[in-house]
Design a protein around this ligand. Structure first.
Ligand SMILES: [Zn+2]
Length: 201
């Protein structure tokens, strides 16, 4: 994590990342916003949801964003059998095959990995991507957008974790407003907004 933070902040780079989609309510709104602001981001998708919404998944890739694997069913590797957690990764990559390479980027659900899931990722030659700033968009009480923006400004960039899930108007708006605020601070602070790519690891 410290190495990841240094790598991003030394380069004054900001990566916006959205997990758990694609979602028919939220993902198009996030994509519309990114398009309006000419920004590109990274989507760590669930294979099962990508299969249910191939047209949205296709749009993510078509509009130049990076797509990574976030498993198929979002199992927590610390709370499930090792074999189930490994299967969840394999299923995710299989379902995402039209959009994500078999060694494409991976983000573990809840940020949790075990030795067997590490082995599976290493066997594929994939890279694991955590985050340096948690937006708190899944917290019981939503944080203040200004605090997240300040954290990014103070760090001089980083990788921000958000979710493109439909969790009600207030949370959806939080993610959209935060995205907009992060793009604003990037412009003010001359941070380069970039999608994650395998080569960065
Ligand atoms: Zn997730």
């Amino acid at each position: 994590m410290a190495r990841l933070r240094r790598q991003f902040t030394n380069a004054r780079t900001l990566a916006l990342t959205y997990d758990d989609g694609p979602c028919p309510v939220m993902t198009p709104q996030v994509l519309d916003l990114l398009q309006r602001r000419s920004a590109q981001a990274t989507f760590f998708m669930l294979g099962g949801r990508a299969q249910s919404h191939p047209e949205i998944t296709q749009r993510v890739v078509r509009e130049g964003h990076s797509a990574g694997c976030h498993t198929s069913r979002h199992l927590n590797a610390w709370k499930t059998l090792p074999s189930s957690a490994v299967s969840d990764i394999r299923d995710g990559y299989e379902q995402l095959a039209p959009w994500v390479a078999s060694d494409g980027m991976f983000r573990p659900p809840y940020g949790k990995m075990t030795l067997p899931t590490y082995r599976e990722i290493r066997r594929r030659g994939a890279s694991v991507w955590w985050w340096t700033v948690d937006s708190g968009d899944t917290n019981e009480t939503l944080p203040r957008i200004g605090d997240i923006v300040d954290a990014v400004r103070k760090q001089g960039g980083g990788i921000v974790l958000m979710h493109d899930l439909d969790r009600g108007l207030q949370r959806n708006q939080f993610v959209l407003d935060l995205t907009e605020a992060l793009l604003d601070v990037a412009a003010r602070e001359s941070l380069q907004v970039t999608p994650l790519i395998q080569a960065m690891s």
